[in-house]
Write a protein that binds this ligand. Structure first.
Ligand code: 13P
Length: 287
């Protein structure tokens, strides 16, 4: 059964580790992430962006697929199904469809409007027992065609949003989605410390987990980050393994064109990447 992300994140915050959110794109992705979590006895959050939701045939399709896998693959570790960077309408749709967690990203609104809309979504999410992630300071990089500048969130604004009763808070600290450029300055740890100071117990979320050096990940966790989002890195691993399969001509040998064979190396590559991240985040054996 899907669970809210609340307990797993509070436990992670107290235990000084982070739970990974791995974005899913299709059946292979979902199965790879779930099996990696089960094999490593780790809690996990499946992230679905609005674009990925459309791609997979709608939120209800995803809920059906994930619930089916939880049962048939005998997944017993805590799993949350979470909308990533949701709009107001998207948040309402996933709540209706049966997700167990939702992000309402109001970071592109004025702080007053962000507060107002976040408040409304919290109320609805709470009634249904879902966890809610809010965002202050837009995360840079490109995701689903939305390009942000990578702002550093204002600690006082973070406090205003945290005090609304959000389950978890994403705050920009120089992190961006996708690959980091050569001249990236790194995470802003003094901003993170100030945000932690201002927001108290709320587990913090680090977006853009792809390509952040290990020491920075560890430092972020020590400063209150309890959830780390990874998307691009699984895509890169999948693409690389699939490319190798095709380039070595395996699809042309025997039944190598069978999608169950063709997608197998990519599937294994996602599993390996997820495991690597769970080790780094410290969530193994924390289920
Ligand atoms: P990356 O694609 O950089 O790993 O970021 C993922 C993310 O933050 C999803 O919200």
């Amino acid at each position: 059964m899907l669970v809210s992300a609340k307990d797993m994140l509070n436990k992670a915050r107290d235990g000084k580790y982070a739970v990974g959110q791995f974005n899913i794109n299709n059946l292979e992705w979902t199965k790879a992430v779930l099996l990696a979590a089960q094999e490593n006895n780790s809690p996990v959050i499946l992230g679905v962006s609005e674009g990925a939701g459309k791609y997979m045939g709608g939120y209800k399709t995803i809920v059906g697929m994930v619930n089916g896998m939880l049962e048939e693959l005998k997944i017993t570790v805590p799993v949350a199904l979470h909308l990533d960077h949701g709009s107001y309408e998207g948040a309402l749709q996933v709540i209706e469809a049966g997700f167990s967690s939702v992000m309402f990203d109001g970071s592109h609104y004025s702080i007053d409007e962000n507060i107002q809309k976040t408040k409304e979504i919290i109320k609805i999410a709470e009634e249904k027992g879902l966890s809610l992630e809010a965002e202050v300071g837009s995360i840079g990089g490109e995701e689903d065609g939305v390009v942000g500048n990578g702002e550093i969130a204002d600690a006082a604004e973070c406090k205003l949003i945290a005090d609304l009763g959000v389950t978890m808070l994403a705050a920009g600290i120089g992190n961006i989605h996708g690959k980091y450029p050569e001249n990236w300055k790194g995470l802003d740890f003094s901003a993170l410390a100030a945000i932690k100071d201002a927001t108290g117990d709320v587990p913090l979320v680090l977006h853009g987990g792809t390509g952040i050096p290990e020491d920075m990940i560890k430092q972020a966790i020590s400063l209150g980050v309890a959830k780390i989002n990874v998307n691009t890195e699984c895509q890169l691993s999948f693409a690389e393994a699939t490319r190798k399969y095709i380039e070595s001509g395996k699809d042309l040998q025997g039944k190598g064109f069978d999608p169950r064979k063709l997608l197998a190396p990519g599937f294994e590559a996602i599993k390996a990447t997820v495991k690597e991240k769970m080790e780094l985040f410290g969530s193994i054996n924390q289920a």
